[in-house]
Design a protein around this ligand. Structure first.
Ligand code: NAD
Ligand code: IPM
Ligand code: MN
Length: 367
């Protein structure tokens, strides 16, 4: 049998910097654990625009459809701010999500013990935190029609449409309940049913799907209250189910509970392929971080933990995913810190590649 295929799309800004560390870890798994992947690399975002005039070439899209999993760094950056909307780097990522039909975006927020002091919240509020945000990723206001900027009388109007079908809500909800069954058996669904019809339907469908999972406790919360509760008492949550836009915002908010946006991985999963595994793209939650690009300061952990999620969700290698997550935990416990994680006096930050060195050493020590 051939090796599983991995398509790597480093993208822009710190994307290639953090992905370089992931590539070392992929090589380590091939050398030391006999887990070889057929790795290919391609362009996305501004890097693809520079070469092809579009943020995702059709050939790259086709490769992504064929791959067993896609790993993406980040897209975007100030150099591309003035591009026409249709070719902005972010459109490349959105095309991947839409055409691969990656409807379920898993964004775990876990606070490693060693970092409980780094959150902007008090230590006892975040210590031991382990929540999972399930963000619907292929619909809602990100994709709804009509959309655009139109002339209306003597001024312009910008329009986006929040739109959800029952089946779109249902499949996202089902993935949240399935996850909850393997975790703390609680789902909190967040919408704004008080002001949005799509929210009313969301609540109704989530409730209906929930009846199939009698062991899971389902609660509902307005998303604005949810944002407040996430910073007030985040440990009340197990799985949070929410739509595309609320999920985008709530997951950045959850990032700070873990100490840094540089820590948060994600998995975007679709329907099962012929081999039974879901179509999947893995990427850090953070962006291209133009303010620190090219300085060796980027924290590669979010991208590395995204590869751990790939091991778990695409390659059935849960214990190897545990090994990688434990190596990261060990390195943090040893006090190794990139600049985004500084807080303690007298600690000198390590560079992106030194963080990679430390994680590889911890992996070696795990053998
Ligand atoms: P960002 O996530 O790029 O940066 C926000 C802040 O967090 C910055 O101060 C940055 O230095 C810091 N940061 C982020 N990741 C870090 C890491 N790994 N290590 C250390 N510090 C880190 O968000 P932004 O500044 O709002 O957006 C910049 C660009 O990235 C925009 O073009 C945006 O559209 C794009 N973006 C892309 C993605 C993606 O590719 N999935 C996600 C978010 C934003
Ligand atoms: C994210 C990002 C993306 C989003 C952008 C870059 C399209 O913010 O993955 O969180 O809004 O979904
Ligand atoms: Mn975001």
């Amino acid at each position: 049998m051939s090796n599983p295929s991995l398509l790597i799309l480093p993208g822009d800004g710190i994307g290639p910097e953090v992905m370089a560390q992931v590539r070392r870890i992929i090589t380590w798994y091939g050398d030391k654990r006999g887990l070889a992947f057929d790795v290919s690399e391609d362009l996305v975002g501004g890097a693809a625009y520079d070469k092809h005039g579009v943020p995702l070439a059709d050939e790259t899209m086709a490769k992504a459809q064929e791959a067993d999993a896609v790993l993406l760094g980040a897209v975007g950056g100030p150099a591309y701010d003035d591009l026409d909307f249709s070719v902005k780097p972010e459109r490349g990522l959105l095309r991947l999500r839409k055409e691969m039909d990656l409807f379920s975006n898993l964004r775990p927020a876990q606070c490693f013990d060693a970092l409980a002091d780094f959150s902007s919240l008090k230590k006892d509020i975040v210590a031991g935190l382990d929540i999972m945000i399930v963000r619907e990723l292929t619909s809602g206001v990100y994709f709804g029609e009509p959309r655009g900027i139109f002339e209306e009388g003597n001024e312009r109007v910008g329009i986006n449409t929040q739109r959800y079908t029952e089946s779109e809500i249902e499949r996202a909800a089902r993935s949240a309940f399935e996850l909850a069954m393997r975790r703390g058996k609680k789902v909190c669904s967040m919408e704004k049913a008080n002001v949005m019809e799509s929210g009313i339907l969301w609540r109704e469908v989530a409730t209906r799907v929930g009846k199939e999972y009698p062991e899971v406790e389902l609660s509902h919360m307005y998303a604005d209250n949810g944002a407040m509760q996430l910073v007030r008492a985040p440990k009340q949550f197990d799985v949070i189910l929410t739509d595309n836009l609320f999920g985008d915002i709530l997951s950045d908010c959850a990032a700070m509970l873990t100490g840094s946006l540089g820590m948060l991985p994600s998995a975007s999963l679709g329907a099962p392929m012929a081999n039974g595994r879901p179509k999947a793209l893995y990427e850090p939650v953070h962006g291209s971080a133009p303010d620190i690009t090219g300085q060796g300061k980027a924290n590669p952990i979010a991208c590395i933990l995204s590869f751990a999620m790939a091991l778990r969700y695409s390659f059935d290698q849960g214990s190897e995913a545990d090994r990688l997550e434990t190596a990261v935990e060990q390195v943090l416990a040893d006090g190794v810190r990139t600049a985004d994680l500084l807080g303690e006096e007298g600690v000198t930050p390590v560079s992106t590649s030194e963080m990679g060195d430390a994680i590889l050493a911890a992996l070696d020590a795990s053998l």
